[in-house]
Design a protein around this ligand. Sequence first.
Ligand code: PEP
Length: 267
Amino acid sequence: MSKTKRINPRRPLVAGNWKMHRTASDTKVLIEDIVKRVDRVANIDLVVCPPFTSLAAAHETLGRHSILALGAQTMHSSKEGAFTGEISGPMLREFGVRYVILGHSERRQYDNETNEKVAAKAIAAISYHLRPIVCVGETLTQREAGETTAIIDTQIHTSLAGFPVDQIEELVVAYEPVWAIGTGKVATPTQANQVHRQIRKLLVKMFGDPGASIRIIYGGSVKPENAVDLMAEPDIDGALVGGASLDARAFFDIIEATRPARPNVND
Ligand code: PEP
């Protein structure tokens, strides 16, 4: 990712988060199935995030110039060191990884990935030429207590503290209400768009005008059946897809739902 290769502002992006699914050999099969379907898809950025152990197989199957970019599901902020079980940015780069999910709610819940750690990881990711997909989102209890706005405000401010403004176009923010992840309960398009609009305002406050061009994607039980309505919302720039990204047909249908709704602004 060189400085001269600019990303079109708010070009739609769909990323598949495979979580802890698919062995290396299963990965090859799924990647081939997805690539076959998305071969002619244009004007959209597509990312798949398999487990670490499947990155080599994914990289090899994709080849060098694939329409599908590779992402990781987390990384450590250090380059190397005594951090048992961890993976660093340079290690990911060796497998052609271009994106990294940070602060996913499952990592926040089970692995103590705090806002402060996310901020350090996002800065490290950018220094290793990885595009961070920084996740934020409220729990059901927080939503029902009317705390969504405050929670999102804190997560955005703290998780993106110190992020270099001259690299802002490489950043992706994912709004993932925790109550919608893997539950089948999707936010309504209006609910999601309200939070996306709030996030965009916060980003402009933090980073000035360039903040307006940061892509904000929605995640939480996105399926082919609900993708068209969600992606038609003006502040939703794409999707972070969990369960449905393990099914090549469903993933493709979500991509198709995203692409015509939000054509590349520069096309
Ligand atoms: C996710 O894990 O980021 C996610 C959105 O999962 P699902 O689509 O299964 O709700």
